[in-house]
Design a protein around this ligand. Structure first.
Ligand code: SF4
Ligand code: SF4
Length: 837
């Protein structure tokens, strides 16, 4: 059966299937599941029909607990109901999940599995949320990649309708939910054909209905509750066969071999990994590499996690297996082992397979990348006579010594001919959008396979984005970061001056392109010694492009992304540049046609400019032995804070947090940090920042009152304080009456987020936005004032707008989005009530 191909992520694939089988979607947004609910809502609003010929009714509730309650009620009323969630959201649903499962109501919760907050919040992926639901009575089905989400999600819907056991249908948050692949899509006619309509009718007929009333949710005492509870066993015993039946139907349509467990690798493997989720694709690549060299390794992929079917597991485990490593993507502190390990241990024990050496490993918590080097390390460990019984991969645990050593760089295991590209951008600068557009161009106009994954930090706007794009003629698995790229682009020159390790991810002979306004001499000055040495020693093809000035010249202002996109096509050689330019221009016409010919023409110019403006830098031989970098500036301040900034925050800010070992956190295993570290970060992300006009200002302090980031602040200075200040300080007599003090309003240009809230609120236009670079001299003024100038007697009362702003804010430089409405309140409370609020 041939299906239409489309580029989409795992969330869209899950939404496509969920929509087909859903009457009602009760939703509440939570990262990374929100796009599923959002997409279903959009399709519903557009009038799309499910396989029953109806539009899905979407109801957004006040919380995930409310959404689960609405699911329960809607199911009881006979509507096939779905929800989408993750992490704490899923945990909030647990009480209702017990009731839904206990009342044998068929439904599917699509979960993009995400970390549950412990010592800190983490919005990224692991399986700690779904594992926390093991006891609810929900069945659990797991998929490995976006194609599997598309292929297998119908199994959850079809099996729940027939088996009356509700399902968690889950896949890895971010890695699968947000990874874009060109995949084959179900036609709803095929889904309808597989659906047991008699079971659907029976479910609807079972609805609570005043025409034939019944009672549910009663109370039972100790005399009957237990035996009544055991009455559900049959449904769970029968469910695996129902799942197998629908997998077989799907296999028949697609030519696949999906099963409760699938085996991959050498038929006579002696070393076997057991895992579920996206790590299976990494393991497959490593297995292909190792078996080609004659090694006997394999993988058991878990698909139906609950109910756990030991016979099905044992059926696929090679009889030759001598050592088994079970990988869990969660941590159950104090347990004998993590959950999947315990399931496998029990299975082997009950089957009498006591001679198999069983080990348990933990990986990927909070979206820790799991590259091939981690899987090579597991198989290597299993070669030992006595491998570690418990281990971790992907980190260095120098405290409890659980981690396995990993050799990097590991052999390249991606499909032969895959082109790997990596882009460093700034949240909101258009890099991610341009890369999505590039993958669409390549995916839609060539036979190539594509994979696009976008790595964000949680600072949202103004944070770093790293786009990982792969293109190839063979199917792409590789669910891990690119670190041996053919092409790396740095779209923000500040990343070079900050010293991010970017070029080190280019493979020997590859291309490194920097967007900057620098001459070659200036570039030499800004690149650090390690980068120069790597470039020279590895024959890196170094290019610069001044998209910043080019964009201004063309009339596109700060929007450099189109120019950089065509520069990528020119240098990365993924497709002929003439065709790429043509497709980019077609896309620009489609996107901007309604805005008029002038806008389209401007985009055409930007596309042509990107091709022409790349400049090859001749790398001097001297870069092989570069001069040492100047010593970093000594930090001052509270010793505890400085230590924390140097030991933890600086490597994290340099995107090098992966290098920190467990011992780095032994000072604060509970997640408590020193205050005041944000003041050291100096992100410098604002394009424009305010400048103050001392004459116009009426000194109302409203600008400081609204600033979410505490980056514009008023001060009163004595004569001595004015004298001691940097000479460029601007001061005015105090208003409405002159006094012995001078007044100033100071801005921290490197902390300001450029939101413009202060400009909006100023009643007299006494501040205006100017380019951030032009205000570099203001930073020492701001730093001097914060460090040296304190409150003066006779200032307006603390509980006034004006008076409160002379108080030191104890929440400053928050990493919230620019102009966030919440942080200004939190900051104000600290100014009103101080340290002891
Ligand atoms: S632009 Fe926004 S962040 Fe910057 S000082 Fe004004 S209010 Fe604060
Ligand atoms: S809001 Fe305007 S007038 Fe008021 S203190 Fe700020 S700059 Fe001055």
């Amino acid at each position: 059966m041939s299906r239409a191909k489309q580029s989409m992520d795992g969330n869209t694939a899950a939404a496509h299937v969920a929509y087909a089988f859903t009457d009602v979607a009760a939703i509440y947004p939570i990262t990374p599941s929100s796009p599923m609910a959002d997409t279903v809502d959009q399709w519903s609003a557009a009038g799309q029909e499910n396989i029953f010929g109806n539009q899905v009714k979407v109801v957004e509730m006040e919380s995930e607990a409310g959404a689960a309650g609405a699911v329960h009620g809607s199911l009881a009323a006979g509507a096939l109901t779905t929800t989408f969630t993750a992490s704490q959201g899923l945990l909030l649903m647990i009480p209702n999940m017990y009731k839904i499962a206990g009342e044998q109501l068929p439904c599917v919760f699509d979960v993009s599995a995400r970390t549950v907050a412990t010592q800190s919040l983490n919005i990224f992926g692991d399986h700690s949320d779904v594992y926390a639901c093991r006891q609810t009575g929900f069945a659990m089905l797991c998929e490995t990649n976006p194609q599997e989400v598309m292929d297998l999600s119908p199994v959850a819907h079809l099996a729940t309708i027939e088996g009356k056991v509700p399902f968690i249908n889950f896949f890895d948050g971010f890695r699968t939910s947000h990874e874009i692949q060109k995949i084959e899509k179900w036609d709803y006619a095929d889904l309808k054909e597989m659906c047991n309509m008699d079971a659907v009718e029976a479910f609807r007929a079972h609805a609570l209905n005043p025409e034939h009333p019944a009672m549910r949710g009663s109370h039972e005492n100790g005399d009957v509750f237990f035996q009544h509870r055991e009455a559900c066993n049959t449904a769970y015993n029968e469910l695996p066969a129902i799942v197998e039946k629908y997998m077989a139907k799907i296999n028949e349509k697609l030519g696949t071999n999906y099963d409760l467990f699938n085996y991959y690798g050498a038929e006579d493997a002696d070393r076997v990994i057991v895992a579920m989720g996206s790590v299976n694709d990494v393991a497959e690549e490593v297995i292909d590499y190792l078996t080609a060299k004659g090694e006997k390794v394999g993988l058991v992929k878990v698909r139906l996690y609950r109910p756990w079917v030991s016979e099905a597991f044992l059926k696929v485990l090679p009889k030759t297996a001598k050592k088994v490593a079970v990988l869990d993507r969660t941590k159950e502190p104090g347990a004998l082992g993590d959950p999947l390990y315990l399931d496998v241990a029990t299975t082997l024990r009950e089957a009498g397979l006591d001679t198999i050496v069983l080990t348990g490993g933990r990986y990927g918590l909070g979206s820790k990348d799991t590259p091939p080097s981690s899987l090579f390390a597991v198989y290597k460990e299993l070669e030992k006579d006595a491998p570690k019984s418990r281990f971790t991969i992907g980190i260095v645990d120098d405290v409890t010594n659980l981690s396995l050593p990993e050799v990097k760089p590991a052999p390249i295991t991606a499909a032969e001919g895959t082109v790997e590209c990596k882009f460093w951008g700034l949240g909101g600068d258009g890099t991610v959008g341009a890369n999505k557009n590039s993958t669409k161009i390549i995916g839609d106009h060539t036979d190539k396979y594509i994979q696009a994954y976008f790595q964000y930090d949680s600072k949202k706007t103004g944070g770093i984005t790293i786009s990982h794009l792969r293109f190839g003629d063979k199917p792409i698995r590789s669910p891990y970061y690119i670190n041996q790229a053919d092409f790396v682009a740095c779209h923000n020159p500040s990343y070079v001056t900050k010293g991010f390790k970017m070029v080190q991810d280019v493979k020997p002979g590859g291309v490194f392109m920097i967007n900057c306004q620098w001459s070659d001499e200036e570039l030499e000055h800004h690149l650090n010694a390690a980068a120069k040495k790597y470039i020279a020693d590895n024959n890196i093809q170094l290019y610069t492009i001044n998209a910043i000035d080019k964009a201004i010249e063309i009339g596109m202002g700060k929007r450099t992304n189109t120019i950089l996109q065509s520069a990528f096509f020119k240098l990365a050689n993924v497709m002929p540049i003439e065709e790429a330019v043509d497709f980019m221009k077609q896309a620009a016409k489609k996107s901007y046609g309604k805005k008029g010919d002038a806008v389209v023409e401007m985009n055409y110019k930007a596309i042509d400019a990107g091709v022409d403006a790349v400049h090859k830098v001749e790398v001097p031989a001297s870069w092989s032995n570069p001069a040492a970098d100047p010593a970093p500036k000594k930090l001052t301040g509270r010793p505890e804070t400085v230590k924390m900034v140097e030991d933890l925050m600086n490597p994290i800010s340099l995107m090098d947090g992966d290098s920190l070992p467990v011992s780095a956190f032994m000072g604060n295993p509970d997640g408590q940090f020193e205050h005041g570290a944000a003041a050291y970060e100096k992100r410098g992300t604002a394009v424009t920042v305010p400048t103050w006009n001392a004459e116009k200002c009426i000194q109302c302090n409203q600008c400081a009152f609204v600033c979410s980031h505490a980056t514009i602040r008023p001060f009163m200075l004595s004569e001595d304080e004015v004298k001691a200040a940097p000479s460029n300080i601007k001061v005015a007599d105090t208003k409405p009456k002159a006094s012995e003090y001078k007044y100033t309003m100071s801005v921290s240009p490197l902390d300001c987020m450029g939101c413009g809230e202060c400009i909006t609120v100023c009643p007299v236009g006494a501040i205006e936005m100017v380019p951030q670079e032009s205000q570099a001299d203001e930073q020492p003024v701001f730093d001097y004032l914060v460090a040296n100038v304190s409150k003066k007697p006779g200032m307006p009362a603390d509980n006034t707008v004006k008076g409160s702003q002379f108080n030191q804010p104890l929440l400053e430089f928050s990493g919230s989005c620019a102009g966030c409405a919440e942080t200004s309140y939190a900051r104000l409370i600290t100014q009103l009530f101080g340290e002891h609020m």
